[in-house]
Design a protein around this ligand. Structure first.
Ligand code: NAD
Length: 296
């Protein structure tokens, strides 16, 4: 199949490379020369404009934000042949995702929102989780392509509902990482070792994915970024972005989401100094702001 791929950054480059490996003809576009060179090495056909990448059966976008997605759609939709399937895998506002789908369908095309989780490692391994919003027939057509790049593909509902799943999950993750970190720092102050905390809480009612798979302190979960000076992983800048999207959605939809809004504010402040660190480093911020010495 001929697939246009726009946005060959940390995520897009390995995703496009996996499509090439699976035998697809990938027309790749990114304005950054280093990204173009990498795509060429990976076997894609690099084109000079976004519009040229739209000469395909399916067009995938993996871009930093919703404004760019809407700008790129305005440029590429008129260049695509009628009925082209547009799949946006970027993480963007639910409202922007719906607007992008309306732009595409008004131009005679088909559209899905299909944000991902799994990070750069999942993109490289082809094990991403896709959360898809859009119609049944379009989902069925997209499935074989998404399965090349992902290990799990969930059809969450209509247009925008894939993005809804993404921001709901990440809002919960941000809140739970803050809560876990507060409990860990309180435990430190009260003389509870990280290992004892883990041994009790990992099988008690306070258990969470953040603790058992991604503990924000070193020494208890070997693979967590805390063991590697909080190298991401999932950078604080990206968590801050996703919590901002969630906070917007809470506000726009009249939800009394006090913890979601507070988590966005807490990460926004941390992001001003430590945007490149893994988001689990929020525990160090909580410790630094506490009347507390002698952390383990
Ligand atoms: P990135 O900044 O590394 O890549 C974005 C790419 O888009 C860049 O290469 C940039 O040059 C390119 N771009 C900008 N304008 C363009 C245009 N007009 N046409 C084509 N390309 C253009 O970002 P990333 O980490 O790859 O993330 C991409 C998206 O995936 C974001 O929405 C992010 O929130 C989401 N996401 C990222 C991760 C992660 O771990 N990095 C995980 C899940 C979801």
């Amino acid at each position: 199949m001929k697939i246009g791929f726009l946005g060959l950054g940390h995520m897009g480059a390995p995703m496009a490379a996996n499509l090439v490996k699976a035998g697809h003809d990938v027309l790749a576009f990114d304005p950054v020369p280093a990204a173009q060179e990498q795509a060429e090495r990976d076997g894609a056909t690099v084109v000079a404009t976004a519009a040229e990448a739209a000469d395909a059966d399916t067009v995938i976008t993996m871009l930093p934000n919703g404004t760019l997605v809407l700008d790129v759609y305005a440029e590429v939709l008129p260049a695509a042949k009628p009925g082209t399937l547009f799949i946006d895998c970027s993480t963007i506002d639910v409202a922007d995702a719906k607007a992008a789908a309306v732009l595409a369908t008004d131009a005679g095309h088909r559209a899905l929102d299909a944000p991902v989780s799994g990070g750069v490692a999942g993109a490289a391994a082809g094990t991403l989780t896709f959360m898809v919003g859009g119609g049944d027939a379009d989902f069925a057509d997209a499935l074989p392509i998404l399965e090349v790049m992902g290990g799990k593909v969930v059809h969450c509902g209509g247009s925008g509902v894939g993005q809804a799943a993404k921001i709901c999950n990440n809002m919960l993750l941000g809140i739970s990482m803050i809560g876990l970190s507060e409990a860990l720092v309180l435990g430190e102050k009260l003389g509870l070792s990280h290992q004892s905390f883990f041994d009790v809480v990992s099988t008690a009612s306070g258990q969470s994915w953040a603790l058992t798979n991604y503990a924000p302190v070193p020494g208890v979960v070997p693979t967590s970024p805390a063991n590697n000076d909080y190298q991401p992983g999932f950078a604080t800048a990206l968590m801050t972005k996703d919590l901002g999207l969630a906070a917007n959605a809470l506000r726009d939809n009249g939800i009394d989401g006090q913890l979601g809004a507070l988590a966005a504010a807490i990460y926004t402040r941390f992001n001003q100094t430590d945007s490149a660190k893994d988001f689990s480093a929020i525990v160090t911020d909580i410790r630094n702001r506490s009347d507390h010495e002698g952390a383990e």
